[in-house]
Design a protein around this ligand. Structure first.
Ligand code: SF4
Length: 421
């Protein structure tokens, strides 16, 4: 049998697709590169935002027209099954039912849903490339009023440090040079099993070898609880000095309406503590523009917070109501107002990112080239995970690179010499 896997969404979803491929290969299934060549198609969906959901529905219609068996998995089946059923009677597989894939291969059809998360790291996982997403937990401890993801991923289930270490070792043995510890909230990792992200990172940095570790997103409330010990988790040279803290809004009134469990001062304190400890730390955050009830003044508080904390990266999302969420029942702000505000926010963030990046012109580091870039370029990662675009490099090599130019979202580098093959 031949299978084709198409993946959308976050690092956790990418890791899920590597597990789906592992299970399929173990069942003797051949993985093919196009849906046309396949007998069965796995579409691993994302549904965090409405525009993404619409793209998924469009893709489902396209793939259905091929007349092959179609399995829609990922987050959409549990976030908005109704929309899928309007266009397709395909098989649905949620993120907790990978153990049913062999039955699906034997011909079982329908909907495979479960509220009991599986021990995902005990499934075979196929590693490709130099960067390896390793799920450390699924679910979260939040109940944010705008979020549909929790209907798909549920409540926090952490995987054991032992299983995570073996998954990392497996990835490194297959040639990975960058481990991406990923979950919905790395800050609450281990709360259900009596450990935490600090102890986990301690274990992973002890794995011999020259590789890098990226610690995934942490909600400010969870990160704050782990302070100041959390700072230590970033101290090892294997760990990128990069922290992703989604703040979502600079207005405490809106943070409350989002049920985000922290206020803007908490976010400021965390940013301050990281910057004081690591002067070149790269801070990434997320903001939602146009959450119901956001006044001009609330919006300006978000802009003020961004100007004050100067994030290196800001992922800006327009608010879209997600099905069955409390925020979907709140009075919406006119679309044109949301559009206007997100344009203003983009300009402010672009300027901040550019000024932050200019500070690195002339800097030199020994860094790995981990990915292919656009136009035949290559991507290396600075010690703080900033992208450095270089020409003529070899994937996996380590080079001495000098930053020669800055751009709002990346740095341009010149290879001084090969550091290690
Ligand atoms: S923490 Fe909030 S935003 Fe994140 S997955 Fe959980 S409910 Fe959604």
């Amino acid at each position: 049998m031949k299978a084709y896997i198409e993946t959308y969404g976050c690092t956790l979803n990418k890791a899920d697709s590597m597990i789906i491929e592992g299970i399929l290969r173990k069942q003797g299934v051949k993985i093919v590169s196009t849906p046309e060549k396949a007998d069965i198609i796995f579409l691993n969906t994302c549904a965090v935002k409405l525009p993404t959901e619409r793209r998924m529905i469009h893709r489902i219609k396209q793939l259905d027209r091929l007349g092959k068996r179609l399995v829609v998995c990922g987050c959409l089946p549990k976030i908005n099954k109704k929309e899928i059923r309007k266009v397709s009677d395909c098989t649905l597989l949620d993120v907790n039912s990978f153990s049913r894939i062999p039955d699906i291969l034997k011909g079982a059809e329908g909907e495979f849903f479960s509220n009991r998360p599986e021990e995902k790291l005990l499934f075979p996982m196929v590693h490709k490339g130099l960067t390896a997403p390793i799920p450390i937990s699924t679910g979260c401890l939040g109940s944010c009023t705008y979020c549909g993801v929790r209907f798909s991923r549920g409540t926090l289930k952490s995987y054991s440090i032992k299983d995570i270490r073996s998954a990392c070792e497996n990835a490194l043995n297959h040639g990975a040079i960058e481990i991406q510890l990923t979950s919905q909230d790395c800050g609450v990792y281990g709360k259900d099993i009596g450990t935490n992200i600090i102890e986990l990172v301690d274990e992973i940095v002890s794995i011999p070898g020259d590789f890098k570790i990226r610690i995934g997103m942490m909600n400010p409330n969870a990160a704050y609880e782990l302070m100041p010990e959390l700072l230590k988790a970033f101290s090892h040279k294997k760990v990128y000095k990069f922290v992703h803290l989604p703040v979502q809004s600079g207005s405490n009134k809106i943070l409350k309406a989002m049920r985000r469990k922290y206020d803007k001062d908490t976010f400021k304190q965390i940013v301050h503590m990281f910057r004081e400890r690591y002067k070149d730390i790269s801070i990434s955050t997320d903001v939602i523009i146009g959450f119901p009830g956001e006044t001009e003044e609330d919006f300006m508080q978000t802009i003020e917070l961004l100007k004050e904390t100067r994030p290196d990266i800001t992922n800006i999302s327009k608010f879209y109501p997600r099905p069955n969420t409390e925020a979907s029942r709140m009075k919406k702000i006119p679309t044109e107002v949301i559009k206007k505000r997100s344009v203003i926010c983009s300009d402010v963030c672009r300027r901040i990112s550019f000024e932050q990046n200019k500070r690195y012109i002339g800097k030199e580091w020994n860094v790995f080239v981990t990915e292919k870039g656009k136009k035949g370029n290559f991507i290396a990662r600075a010690p703080n995970y900033k992208q450095i675009i270089v020409k003529k490099a070899k994937l996996g090599n380590k080079y001495r690179i000098k930053v020669v130019k800055a751009h709002p979202s990346y740095l341009e580098g010149k290879i001084e010499h090969l550091f290690r093959k």
